[in-house]
Design a protein around this ligand. Structure first.
Ligand code: AP5
Ligand code: MG
Length: 220
């Protein structure tokens, strides 16, 4: 059996931040649908353009496109021992699709850590977020600043901001989270998979709680 983790939580809760830590410590791929869609912006196709427009406005990408992309990613060799999913599933249709996809492989979800954070802090975290140009490192001008303001710790390059981290898109994404994604918590709770984590702690403290939740499920 592989380890299949679905990280849930409102925008800015730290899914990407925690997934990067889990990836390093567990050696499992970090599958972020947001990152996969952002990687499409180098393509000059009608689909890539549509995806970019939807993302910039904070809207969701249609389920058929998203599910197909995830199926493709999970069929790759490095995903055989499991994956850390971040930003997927985001609505009941996607959750059902994922359950079926894993069942076809004879697998099932291991645990769903839910990173809990209040709306105001979530907005501030998203607005203050900055990335290294290669997107390998994420900082926050308020909460997790680089050593030198505006510069990547490793390369010294100028940090960049995501196109959808402006107030309007952040608010829209958070509204959509409460409307469409938060109801999944109950769905996973009924399956005994949810571990609620206080995301308003230092990054390392959140990580300890996430690891404990995974360990508990593996010992069940
Ligand atoms: P996606 O990339 O998934 O973005 P999101 O849902 O808006 O979530 P975020 O990346 O904002 O939050 P995060 O929890 O990862 O926060 P992070 O760790 O960076 O999706 C983007 C778009 O793609 C969507 O809007 C949609 O268009 C499309 N899409 C993606 N998936 C889809 C799907 N399944 N279906 C349809 N469409 C889809 O942390 C945030 C900040 O806080 C950082 O600056 C970080 O340094 C800081 N921080 C993190 N943890 C802490 C801490 N403990 N203390 C202090 N600061 C912290
Ligand atoms: Mg993220």
């Amino acid at each position: 059996m592989g380890i299949y983790i679905v990280l849930m939580g409102v925008q800015g809760a730290g899914k990407g931040t925690q997934a990067a830590i889990l990836k390093e410590k567990l050696g499992l791929p970090h599958v972020s649908t947001g990152d996969l869609f952002r990687a499409m912006n180098t393509l000059d196709t009608p689909l890539a353009k549509r995806v970019q427009d939807l993302m910039e406005a904070g809207e969701l990408i249609p389920d058929d496109v998203t599910n197909e992309m995830v199926e493709d990613r999970l069929s790759q060799d490095d995903a055989r021992r499991g994956v850390i999913l971040d930003g997927y599933p985001r609505n009941p249709g996607q959750a059902q699709f994922l359950d079926n996809l894993l069942a076809k492989k004879g697998e099932s979800l291991t645990v769903v850590p839910v990173l809990e954070l209040d709306r105001e802090t979530a907005i501030k975290r998203a607005e203050g977020r900055r990335y290294s140009p290669d997107k390998q490192r994420v900082y926050n001008i308020y909460f997790n600043p680089p050593k030198v303001a505006g510069k990547d710790d490793v390369t010294g390059e100028e940090l960049v901001q995501r196109d959808d981290d402006h107030r309007e898109a952040v608010e829209r994404r958070i509204d959509l989270y409460y409307e469409q994604t938060a109801p999944l918590i109950e769905y996973y709770e009924n399956a005994g998979l949810v571990a609620r984590i206080d995301a308003d702690q230092a990054i390392s403290e959140v990580a300890v709680d996430v690891f404990a939740a995974i360990a508990r499920r593996l010992m069940d």
